[in-house]
Design a protein around this ligand. Structure first.
Ligand code: E4P
Length: 229
């Protein structure tokens, strides 16, 4: 399972890209607005791509097929490598179908059930984004949903890639990987949290102290060796 960063924040993206653990970035209108409601989207998207490369999903904002297709054309005119992110609504599926016919990659977002994922697959989605956290928020079992979607994909040999999205805890990352999702798109805070453990801090502290002890001993011996020469 690959990891993407779910963010539009340049500092976060730079920091995580340096770790070499992410293969792409997903954005959405809320993440962009959180940065700055008057953000220059074209500039920000191209900046993100220059840092990470790989997958970069850019979401349309129209709610009708014609509008979505027009936006997709616009996005591709200033960022030809975009994966067009489209909401899981009937108008969105119709847009996905037309983009599929033109070989344009799409990411169907806001998927909450296996039947919605199946519909997106048949419309020609390149990626299907199953939202885990938002399901848990309303008392549903996101682990069960991601497991069902992955099992259906395996049995039916469906070709779209499954993205586990709306990741809120490191446990979601593990559940998505165990279920067989292709990708988990993870917010910065959760990704960094998933790398931490108190035993690592403790272990590093012990190594640093023992190394310092060795250095201190070596520096006591070194002058004596010099004198002998
Ligand atoms: C996915 O592509 C979405 O941008 C994202 O995962 C939404 O997550 P949220 O439910 O935390 O807003």
């Amino acid at each position: 399972m690959q990891l993407y960063l779910d963010s539009a924040n340049i500092n976060e993206i730079k920091q995580v890209a340096e770790l070499g653990i992410i293969s792409g970035v997903t954005t959405n209108p809320s993440l962009l607005a959180k940065e700055d409601p008057s953000i220059d989207v074209k500039k920000r998207i191209n900046e993100i791509y220059s840092i990470v490369g790989g997958h970069l999903s850019v979401e349309v904002n129209s709610l009708d097929t014609k509008g979505m297709l027009k936006e997709a054309d616009e996005i591709l005119s200033w960022f030809p490598d975009a994966t067009i992110k489209i909401p899981m609504i009937p108008a969105g599926l119709a847009a996905v179908k037309q983009l599929f016919d033109k070989d344009i990659p799409t990411n169907v977002t806001l998927i909450f059930s296996p039947t919605q994922a199946i519909a997106a697959e048949h419309a020609g989605a390149t990626y299907v984004s199953v939202f885990m956290g938002r399901l848990d928020d309303i008392g549903m079992d996101s682990n069960l949903v991601i497991q069902e979607v992955c099992a259906i994909w395996e049995k039916n040999l469906f070709e779209s890639e499954i993205i586990a999205a709306s990741i809120r805890t490191p446990i979601h990352i593990i559940q998505a990987a165990k279920a067989g999702a292709d990708i988990a798109t993870v917010p910065y805070k959760v990704l960094m949290q998933s790398l931490q453990h108190p035993l690592i801090d403790k272990g590093v502290e012990i190594f640093v102290n023992d190394f310092a002890k060795m250095q201190a001993e070596i520096s006591k011996i070194a002058p004596k060796v010099q004198k002998k020469k």
